[in-house]
Design a protein around this ligand. Sequence first.
Ligand SMILES: Nc1ncnc2c1ncn2[C@@H]1O[C@H](COP(=O)(O)OP(=O)(O)OP(=O)(O)O)[C@@H](O)[C@H]1O
Length: 242
Amino acid sequence: MANTLHVQNVTYRYGAKTALDDVSFELAQGRFCALLGPNGAGKSTLFSLLTRLLVARQGTIHVAGHDIAHDPRAALAKIGVVFQQQTLDLNMSVAQNLRYFAALQGLSGRAAQQRIDQALDRLAMRERAGEKARNLNGGHRRRMEIARALIHDPQVLLLDEPTVGLDTSSRQAITDHVHDLADSGLLVLWATHLVDEIRPDDDVVILHRGKVRAHDRAAAIAGAGSLSEAFIAMTDTPVPSL
Ligand SMILES: Nc1ncnc2c1ncn2[C@@H]1O[C@H](COP(=O)(O)OP(=O)(O)OP(=O)(O)O)[C@@H](O)[C@H]1O
């Protein structure tokens, strides 16, 4: 399997409600892919399937060549996740939060410290290691969660609307950092409904009412117009710019 993330003919229903309808796409290592869709498009359902909170009865998902249904442990070991809801212990320091997560991944001692330092460096957070999470602003808490998602050295980083609730400069910093992570070799899947977080060279999967409406470079989807215009035309949904 050439591509790192391979979603093939995935359909998911909540009772009579079809949330994902024959969804297929493949993504390569070192790419930033925006999963763009209006409310109710199916983004969270897809993330739940990719992290195995839900199990697809129809279709297949491969991560780094591992079938998530047949070899979930190997597939999930290749994925780092940043959920929309904050999941930090605010009473612990940045380093303690990361050490705790490293321990859950079976890492301890010098190996854990090395991974923690590397992950903090990638997000320019090393100098904040001793601070209590409670004292960090929203943008730095998010960066810490991203650092934590990288500790087990995954190939794929999933982020579910990671800039919700952040001010403009924090949003920009996080968006830039995560693009840098993709440039350094990670495959990033970034769920959003905000087109201004997407760069012309990014991959974009547009999801609407459970179906993939487009999958291409952002510039190709935008064509002669803008990505917002293309998105509105495909989904009949006005896109908020913030
Ligand atoms: N537990 C559930 N039971 C029934 N229907 C559900 C359930 N969860 C989601 N849905 C429906 O499935 C569809 C896809 O929802 P999903 O949450 O995956 O979309 P989304 O793109 O993540 O939207 P949002 O940005 O609002 O979170 C929607 O129509 C939603 O109402």
